[in-house]
Design a protein around this ligand. Structure first.
Ligand SMILES: NC(=O)c1ccc[n+]([C@@H]2O[C@H](COP(=O)([O-])OP(=O)(O)OC[C@H]3O[C@@H](n4cnc5c(N)ncnc54)[C@H](OP(=O)(O)O)[C@@H]3O)[C@@H](O)[C@H]2O)c1
Length: 238
């Protein structure tokens, strides 16, 4: 049986967006590490957490519902938040703001997003990624998605004086864990070139970040540790 260090023993962690694909992986990793887990998810999605129903506390509600978030994050040592740009009602930025406003002052706050978010403008993007971002922004016309709101959420996080980390995910795939992803401060670093992370390992990185003070106020861009570019260049990764 795999040995998993009980880094979460005696600690409470809140997962905001717990019922999604990334969220459920984070719930499992957090439970495996001994955390007491509290989750926030939409009422209609509570059943997606049935496998964990007797092991976690669920606060049903939209993740930008300030009352729900305030109750869920109370007393938590860490809050892991899935930022998603659904709709045109500031869902991402409303979620980030609620977490920043109500989390305990010393809590570790870990947020998820994609490589498209840049902290300092020094990321170097491929033409394909730039085109995908343009297209995603254009899709606001459908009123189903507002990518710019994820940028607004990131700005709120970068400007906050909390103990935040914004984890920037590469393209994702399913499959068994390959271990903790490699990371770099900037997209364009050769170690990230393969641009592919297992979703379970994205979640693993989010949970591990809660215990890693070296990641406080960092926006790591991640990539799977067994991808060709990680194997070739991991020694130089940040
Ligand atoms: N997908 C990718 O290829 C990719 C790549 C890089 C980074 N990321 C990042 O990874 C994170 C997880 O993304 P994911 O694509 O893998 O999806 P995911 O984990 O399944 O998460 C989607 C989340 O959005 C919620 N949601 C879905 N429809 C909604 C709606 N209409 N209104 C409000 N909430 C809604 C889901 O809640 P319910 O359970 O209630 O439906 C769930 O919490 C995000 O931060 C994303 O930016 C994703």
């Amino acid at each position: 049986m795999e040995f998993i260090p009980q880094t979460g023993a005696g600690k409470r962690i809140c997962i905001v967006g717990a019922s999604g694909k990334l969220g459920r992986h984070m719930v499992r990793h957090a439970l495996d590490r001994g955390y007491e887990v509290v989750g926030v998810c939409r009422e209609k999605s509570v059943r997606k957490l049935d496998d964990y129903a007797d092991r976690i506390t669920i606060h049903p509600g939209f993740t930008n519902d300030r009352d729900v978030v305030a109750r869920a994050v109370e007393g938590c040592d860490a809050v892991l938040t899935v930022l998603v740009p659904w709709g045109v009602n500031d869902y991402s930025s409303g979620t980030a703001k609620a977490v920043i406003d109500f989390a305990e002052p010393d809590a570790r706050l870990i947020f998820s997003c994609g490589w498209h978010i840049t902290r300092d403008g020094l990321d170097r993007y491929s033409r394909g990624l730039r085109a995908a971002v343009h297209f995603a922004r254009f899709m606001r016309i459908t009123r189903l998605i507002d990518l710019d709101d994820q940028y607004r959420a990131a700005d709120l996080i970068f400007r906050s004086d909390t103990r935040w980390t914004l984890v920037r995910g590469s393209d994702l795939e399913e499959g068994p864990s390959q271990g903790l992803p490699v990371w770099s401060r900037h997209v364009g670093d050769p170690v990230l070139e393969s641009n592919l992370t297992r979703r379970t390992d994205f979640a693993l990185f989010m949970v591990a970040a809660a215990e890693d003070d070296a990641l406080v106020r960092e926006a790591p861009a991640i990539n799977g540790r067994l991808t060709p570019s990680a194997l070739a260049h991991a020694g130089g990764a940040a």
